[in-house]
Design a protein around this ligand. Structure first.
Ligand SMILES: CC(C)(COP(=O)(O)OP(=O)(O)OC[C@H]1O[C@@H](n2cnc3c(N)ncnc32)[C@H](O)[C@@H]1OP(=O)(O)O)[C@@H](O)C(=O)NCCC(=O)NCCS
Length: 141
C-alpha cells in the first residue's frame, strides 16, 4: 500500500519510463514541496559550492514521515556521505519528535539497503521488487 502510494507520488507507472509531460508534473510537485517546508523537508548538501547530494522527506506522509529520495552524486559515493545524510535526516526528525521514518527501496539496490540496515531498518512489506522499510528515528547507527 505504501509502495503504491510512493509510485503515485512520483507519477511513475511501474515498468514504463515517464513521459516528458509526467516529468513536468514531477517538477511541479517538487517546486510545490520546496514552497511547503512544514510538509516537506528537502536539503541540498554542498561542499565548496559543489553539490554532493540531496534528500527529500515528506513530513505529512501517513502513517509516518517518508524518505522520498536520498541521493549522492556518483563521483562521491562509497565514502560515507550517505551515512552523513542519514544522520542529518534522523537529527531533523528527532527535533520534530518523530518516532520512525518509512521508505521504499528496490530489492537490488544493495548500497541503499546496506545503508538503511546500518540504521536499524526493518521490513514492513514487500511489493514486487520494492521493499517498504521502517527505520527508528532514535537510531544513531
Ligand atoms: C544509496 C546512496 C545514497 C548511498 O550513498 P553513499 O555515500 O555511497 O553511502 P555510504 O558511503 O555511506 O555507503 C553506504 C553502504 O553501501 C555500501 N555499498 C556501496 N556500494 C555498494 C554496492 N555496489 N553494493 C553493495 N554495497 C555497497 C557501502 O559499503 C556502505 O555499507 P557499509 O557501511 O555496510 O560498508 C548512493 O549510493 C546513491 O545516491 N544511490 C543512488 C540513489 C539511490 O539509490 N537512493 C536510494 C533510494 S531508496
Amino acid at each position: 500500500m505504501i509502495a503504491e502510494a510512493q509510485l503515485e507520488t512520483f507519477g511513475i507507472t511501474k515498468g514504463r519510463a515517464a513521459t516528458l509531460e509526467e516529468g513536468a508534473v514531477m517538477a511541479d510537485r517538487t517546486a510545490k514541496a520546496i514552497r511547503s517546508p512544514d510538509a516537506h523537508h528537502i536539503e541540498v548538501l554542498e561542499q565548496q559550492n559543489r553539490v554532493l547530494g540531496y534528500y527529500w522527506v515528506s513530513l505529512v506522509a501517513s502513517p509516518a514521515p517518508m524518505l522520498l529520495d536520498i541521493y549522492v552524486v556518483t563521483s562521491s559515493r562509497g565514502r560515507g556521505l550517505g551515512d552523513v545524510i542519514m544522520r542529518r535526516i534522523l537529527a531533523v526528525l528527532r527535533e520534530r519528535k518523530v518516532d520512525c521514518l518509512n521508505l521504499v527501496v528496490s530489492r537490488d539496490n544493495h548500497a541503499a539497503r546496506a545503508l538503511y540496515s546500518r540504521f536499524g531498518a526493518s521490513l514492513v512489506e514487500m511489493s514486487g521488487d520494492l521493499l517498504v522499510l521502517s527505520l527508528p528515528v532514535s537510531s544513531t547507527a
